[in-house]
Design a protein around this ligand. Structure first.
Ligand code: ATP
Ligand code: MG
Length: 389
């Protein structure tokens, strides 16, 4: 029996004229992501995308797992295909849904007949298939209001499809349809969650990570790569730029007042990220900041970092509690990696008493005690690029 995955589109069906573009982008990223598993035919018709395996040895669990992480998918289901012949459909339903129906007490059948040439109307299909299921599984009863399982028979142009309930998809809108943004990624809990949230709103991602060897280790960089690999299960491929940050931090330490170390460091991060973002056609930066979480995330500190950046900065976690952020990080499987205890450049040279209400002009004057332009140029020229997929 041939199995396929039927994918129902999410918000994108609402997008009027853009719909075709959204659908094409979704299909393209679906093909790219599925190509790791095997070869597939992916096509759209009647607000459904059909994912059809072309190799015999494809594990359908891998396919549904992959599809469950693709943004723009509202719901999906595995389905079996049958010839458009009522007897064959009945037989297929009994065989294909055996496991789910054996575990259920009640069911109902729904029919969607988009091929109007099919000789039976929807109510007849329901009665026929329902009757056959009742005969094969005598423990079942029909419940049209609140069934344990809804069996759906879809009569489409190419074939008939039989499935049980739809599974909720990742939601959001297809990655790439909203433009491209650059996420500042640390090894912590927050920035991977921020990345996931903005990819969900249709942004393609690149990532910038600041590393300060020998104060930070190679293991810390590998941890960030692993985090991005997990984000990439949702966002698709991410180009990662690792920026050498040691010289900048040492220059800050030598030239600036200690209470401003962190805020100045964060301004350098924004400036460097913005430059990398522009060179890579991004239109925004993303950070994992949450208001009041630490001294560098007060309203005054955010003003100081925003002051050096002309691009919009998206901070999707700004109004969230740590617990809420952790809940998402568990859901997307980044939490366990994030809590591995490797140092971040933010934790070297941290001031004992950071300013929580920094004045922009004072911070700027302090930062200007370093040779900002040369330092930024040097950092950008020495980035290491890694493609994460
Ligand atoms: P996270 O859990 O994401 O590390 P955090 O609560 O530790 O966040 P900070 O260390 O103040 O907060 O960092 C705030 C934001 O700055 C991070 O969410 C991230 O976007 C960015 N950031 C911090 N450190 C780095 C780094 N080494 N490289 C790139 N971006 C960073
Ligand atoms: Mg951090």
């Amino acid at each position: 029996m041939k199995e396929i995955v039927l994918v129902k589109l999410g918000e994108i069906v609402l997008k009027g004229l853009n719909r075709k573009n959204f659908e094409d982008t979704l299909i393209r990223s679906m093909k790219r992501r599925l190509s790791k598993i095997g070869s597939f035919k992916v096509r759209a018709a009647q607000s459904t995308i059909y994912v059809e395996p072309m190799d015999d040895d494809i594990d359908m669990d891998d396919v549904t797992e992959c599809v469950s992480r693709i943004f723009g998918v509202a719901a999906f289901a595995r389905a079996c295909t049958a010839e458009k012949d009522l007897e064959k459909i009945k037989q297929a339903a009994c065989e294909y849904l055996r496991d789910v129906l054996e575990d259920a007490k009640t069911f109902k059948v729904e029919a969607k007949r988009s091929d109007k040439k099919f000789p039976y109307k929807s109510p007849e299909i329901c009665t026929e298939v329902g009757g056959c299921l009742l005969e094969t599984f005598p423990h079942l009863t029909v419940d049209v209001h609140n069934p344990d399982v809804t069996v759906t028979v879809e009569i489409r142009d190419f074939a008939a499809y039989i499935r049980s309930d739809l599974i909720r998809g990742a939601g959001g809108i297809p990655v790439g349809t909203g433009g491209k943004a650059c996420v500042l990624i640390s090894g912590g809990i927050d920035s991977p969650v921020a990345s996931y949230m903005m990819a969900k709103r249709g942004l393609e991602l690149i990532a910038v990570h600041f590393a300060s060897p020998p104060y930070t280790s190679l293991r810390a960089e590998e941890k960030v790569e692993e985090l991005l690999r997990r984000v990439a299960r949702y966002s698709g491929r991410i180009k990662m730029f690792t920026v050498p940050f040691t010289h900048i931090q040492e220059q800050i330490r030598e030239n600036c007042k200690e209470e401003y170390f962190t805020i100045i460091m964060r301004r350098f991060m924004m400036q460097i990220s913005e430059q990398i973002a522009r060179e890579n056609d991004c239109q925004a930066l993303i950070t994992g900041e949450s208001l009041g979480q630490v001294a560098s995330q007060t309203i005054g500190s955010v003003a100081c970092t925003d002051a050096v950046c002309a691009m919009p900065v998206f901070r999707p976690l700004i109004g969230m509690d740590k617990e809420e952020i952790i809940e998402i990080s568990r859901k997307i499987d980044t939490f366990e990696v994030s809590i591995q205890p490797y140092e971040d450049c933010c934790t070297v040279f941290t001031p004992k008493h950071p300013r929580t209400r920094p004045v922009i002009e004072t911070v700027a004057a302090e930062q200007n005690k370093t040779d900002c332009e040369a330092l930024i140029k040097e950092a950008v020229e020495n980035v290491k690029i890694t493609v994460i997929q």
